[in-house]
Design a protein. Structure first.
Ligand code: PMV
Length: 326
């Protein structure tokens, strides 16, 4: 099935009551149990479920309206050239929703999270656009349906519609209509996540390409679905009990196992830089000294730290550049 067929199915029988301009916000999310591997590359359908936590006010604000002649994309107050890779990717996504071929959009995005540094700005970006498209066109879609629309832009975007913990259900249907995210209604206010920006430059390989290569060439990938099965259950239990050490240890092990599958690919995918490894050792040293802190990492060299509010001051003393999500 194509993306267009999926969108047509979702929007069938929806009346349109368009507005002229709308605003939305979507928080970025960091997976505690990662999405790594697609069973359908067209629809961004995953091989496994995944589970994330949202980053509060760090995310993407979107102002969306209709405009004439061509799509206009303004990112962090700078208009982007229409042939830039980001605009091409966004226009391809917007093509799915135009009522007529000459209906264009003006997308103004402000990211409050460092863009393209492995901090999931594409997740919050596509989620904020999916939410804004729904309001702009007046489709009145449910959150579940908006999650599916966001997934068509970027897989992890389907988890960026809510604050707190979110689970993306793997689904089994070919049309992906059962592969959407949902919030886990268990607040945990003492749980904190902080971002260590070690390298803000462009990644050597996109998460999309790294995922494809890993699934295709890494023998270690065979072990991944089973690892996710165990970890996601442990995380659900840890969230229910507010068991920080269980949550942190599971998230850290899950991230490192994901990176191990990439290293087993050919050519190998290694996002880690020397600074990444130094930060990892520092986290483990802190833990040996009694500070309760765990790490996770995505498809990039930067490290995210999980800790509890009571340890914030001590953690900031160890990692002064930590950007804490609020
Ligand atoms: O949504 P994508 O295609 O950018 O993939 C994201 C993959 C990871 O960030 C590495 C893991 C995850 O679950 O967010």
């Amino acid at each position: 099935m194509t993306k267009q067929e999926c969108v047509n199915q979702l929007l069938a029988n929806r009346s349109e009551t368009p507005l002229s301009t709308v605003k939305s916000f979507a928080p970025a999310n960091i997976a505690l149990c990662k999405y790594w591997g697609k069973r359908d590359t067209e629809l961004n359908l995953p091989v496994t479920s995944s589970l994330s936590m949202a980053l509060g006010t760090l995310g993407s604000h979107c102002n969306l309206s209709f405009c004439e002649d061509h799509d206009q994309v303004i990112l962090n107050e700078a208009p982007l050239p229409s042939d830039s890779p980001f605009v091409t990717r966004l226009s391809d996504y917007l093509d799915l929703f135009r009522k007529q071929p000459d209906q264009y959009y003006r997308v103004e995005t402000i990211n409050t999270i460092p863009t393209a540094a492995g901090f999931a700005s594409s997740a919050s970006g596509f989620a904020s656009i999916a939410l804004a498209l729904n309001t702009l066109h007046g489709w009145d879609l449910s959150d579940r349906e908006c999650s599916i629309l966001a997934r068509l832009g970027s897989g992890s975007a389907c988890r960026s519609l809510w604050q707190g913990f979110v689970e993306w259900h793997v689904g089994h249907q070919d049309d992906g209509l059962d592969s959407f995210a949902e919030p886990i209604p268990t607040p945990w206010t003492d749980l904190q996540i902080g971002l260590l920006v070690l390298e803000a430059g462009k990644k050597p390989i996109s998460s999309r390409d790294a995922m494809l290569r890993t699934v295709k060439t890494s023998q270690l990938y065979k072990a991944w679905p089973q690892k996710v099965d165990t970890d996601i259950q442990t995380l659900r239990t840890a969230i229910g009990k507010h068991d920080f050490d269980q949550l942190g240890a599971t998230a850290e092990s899950n991230a490192l196992t994901m990176h191990a599958t990439m290293m087993g690919a050919w050519p190998p995918v290694v996002y880690w830089l020397p600074e990444t490894v130094v930060a990892m050792h520092k986290v483990w040293q802190c833990r040996r000294e009694g500070l309760s802190v765990y790490l996770t990492m995505d498809a990039g060299p930067n490290v995210k730290l999980l800790f509890q509010s009571q340890d914030e001051a001590q953690l900031l003393a160890e990692f002064p550049n930590l950007l804490i999500a609020r």
